[in-house]
Design a binder for this molecule. Structure first.
Ligand SMILES: [Zn+2]
Ligand SMILES: [Zn+2]
Length: 156
């Protein structure tokens, strides 16, 4: 379930999407803009963490088992889904640069946007990545062998 909580960056108003002011974007007819009902500043509303009672700005989109995204602050990121998608790597203090490098590397090896890590967890993703790399090396060696057999064939 996506969060429906909004906070105003101008005056710290807190409320739901329903209680915010809605208006048609004058520059784009099929878009809607939201305004703060407290200070009437438009376009300064940001989504707040969906965790009950938490009003920090959303900084993570974590895939959940039902195929949706949990929208939370860094602290309330669901742990069940393991790590966030590499492509949506969450910027928070626990996550170092090398962590996101690792996630990106795993996403490359598994050939997805990080779904494998999200679904199976980091440990299994690393184990399976090793297997994939080893298999690729075997295939490479076989290919090299075949090439050397072909090239060493007597000509004529
Ligand atoms: Zn406001
Ligand atoms: Zn939170």
């Amino acid at each position: 379930m996506a969060t429906n909580k909004l906070i105003c960056e101008e005056c710290d108003w807190r409320g739901t999407v329903d209680s915010a002011l809605h208006a048609q974007n004058p520059f784009s007819a099929d878009e809607e803009i939201h305004g703060c009902p407290s200070c009437f500043t438009p376009c300064h509303l940001v989504f707040a963490c969906e965790h009950d009672g938490c009003w920090l700005e959303v900084s993570c989109g974590t895939p959940t088992h039902d195929g949706e995204y949990a929208q939370t602050c860094g602290k309330h990121r669901p742990v069940s889904g393991s790590l966030p998608l590499a492509s949506r790597a969450c910027v928070d203090d626990e996550m170092t640069e090398s962590d996101s490098d690792l996630l990106n590397l795993l996403a490359v090896i598994h050939g997805d946007g990080g779904h494998y890590v999200a679904r199976h967890g980091l440990e299994k993703a690393v184990e399976d990545a090793k297997r994939i790399v080893n298999r690729l090396k075997q295939i490479e060696n076989m290919a090299l062998d075949m090439m050397s057999v072909v090239s060493s064939k007597p000509r004529g």
